[in-house]
Design a protein around this ligand. Structure first.
Ligand code: PLP
Length: 414
């Protein structure tokens, strides 16, 4: 058992204490978005009640206060990911925007015809499509690291794909569909040996894994606040200073400029060069509380507890398969090193029907392709049911899920 007081942690999340379809809510859709602790909700409310002002340009107290709190979150992000400088942390609206920013700025300036970008079969669409778009525009070539049946990357194939033509490796740190944690140290070292840069999609790593961008020598890292107990509409792009300084701006407008005339505009320093317009001030400020929440518990405690939940679930499924026949529930993503995400299909049931039956018991899971259609095609399936666990989930909730699955074996969908 983990030493954490999970009931206390649960008490910090008002949304968890409700009934759905006459059953206590069992929220297991955390890979899609996590719930928010009261501290985050209150920070947002306090900001609008007491501090609301536009930032960076105001000569009045509220503007100063809002600016200070906004920049405090940047400092908290810097510490959270162990960046060298807060200026290397750019606020975006999420991982999707962070990746598009790199594709449209770095990609547009530095990619040439025949250059290669390597992604993997495990990628979310947001780490596929932006690269396809820029490759098409620049005549560059997209290469894909294959995946093995257990959901790990074929690392031999990765090493073969690398060459002097490789300019960037854009790879997820942890798979949202299967939970696989990729060997990012090996990926980065191998890419750097060819002078290629590495972008890690940290959407799923943010709340589950220790992050040290300097120790791993990560060139770009993306995060979404809403996947680590913070508000939606806030993301981070980390980039090494030297890289960010070489990149042209993303969007033009206020804040990203130094001097504007009708003939010529000069651009602001990082991070402001990439933060045109009024940002999502209130949500950025509240995001700091989410980081504090995670720091207070400690990543190692989070990892320990979530591993326990994942193991409890998979052993529950193995027991069902032993009882009812090993074909009853197929597990997708069985790598040894995983975040607490498990995809599965109950035999003879469309994932959507399984999701609806679980919802009838108050259990929230995600069904479908999880924005990873190429990966689903690899497994020759349309989609899966995905249970994804967070720090506030309990072993009892896992038991409720396993029991609900047991009850649907051999039963018609509706
Ligand atoms: N990458 C991964 C691995 C994800 O899980 C997600 C969201 O599900 C994204 C990227 C996109 O994140 P966002 O929708 O917050 O931009």
């Amino acid at each position: 058992m983990s030493d954490l007081n999970i009931q206390h942690i649960r008490s910090l999340f008002p949304i968890l204490h409700q009934e759905v379809n006459k059953h206590p809510l069992v929220y297991l859709d955390n890979a899609a978005t996590t719930q928010k602790p009261l501290s985050v909700i209150e920070a947002l409310q306090t900001y609008y009640q007491l501090d609301n002002a536009n930032i960076h340009r105001g000569a009045h107290t509220l503007a100063d206060r809002a600016t200070g709190m906004f920049e405090d979150t940047r400092k908290a992000v810097k510490q959270f990911i162990h960046a060298a400088e807060a200026e290397e942390c750019i606020f975006t609206k999420g991982v999707t925007e962070s990746i598009n920013l790199v594709a449209q700025t770095w990609g547009r300036k530095f990619l040439n015809a025949g250059d290669e970008i390597i992604i993997s079969y495990l990628e979310h669409h947001s780490n596929i499509v932006p690269w396809q778009m820029i490759c098409e525009e620049k005549g560059a070539v997209l290469k894909v690291i294959p995946v093995l049946p257990n959901g790990t990357l074929d690392m031999d194939a990765y090493h073969q794909l690398l060459s002097d033509r490789t300019k960037l490796v854009a790879c997820t740190w942890a798979s949202n569909a299967l939970g696989t944690i990729n060997p990012v140290k090996e990926i980065i070292e191998a890419a750097h040996a060819y002078h290629a840069f590495v972008l890690l999609d940290g959407a799923q790593a943010g709340s589950h894994l220790e992050i040290d961008v300097q120790a791993l020598d990560i060139d770009f890292l993306t995060l979404s606040s809403h996947k680590l107990y913070g508000p939606t509409g806030v993301g981070v792009l980390y980039g090494k200073r030297a890289l960010l300084e070489m990149m042209p701006p993303y969007q033009g407008g206020g804040e990203m400029i130094k001097e504007v005339s009708f003939e010529h505009t000069t651009y602001n320093e990082i991070p402001f060069k990439f933060e045109a317009g009024t940002p999502n001030i209130g949500d950025v400020i509240a995001f700091k509380q989410a980081i504090t929440f995670v720091n207070n518990i400690g990543k190692s405690n989070i990892i320990k507890h979530e591993n326990l939940l994942l193991q409890h679930f998979t052993s529950g499924i193995h027991k069902l398969n032993q009882t009812f026949g090993s074909e009853q529930i197929a597990l997708y993503g069985t790598a040894a090193d995983k975040v607490a995400v498990q995809s599965f299909i109950v035999k003879g049931k469309h994932p959507f029907d399984t999701g609806m039956m679980l919802d009838a018991r108050g259990i929230a899971v995600r069904t479908g392709h999880h924005c990873t259609q190429p990966l689903m095609r690899f497994f020759d399936i349309e989609g899966t049911v995905r249970a994804s666990f967070a720090i506030y989930n309990t072993l009892e909730e896992v038991d409720i899920l396993v029991e609900a699955i047991r009850n649907m074996i051999h039963k018609p969908a509706f």
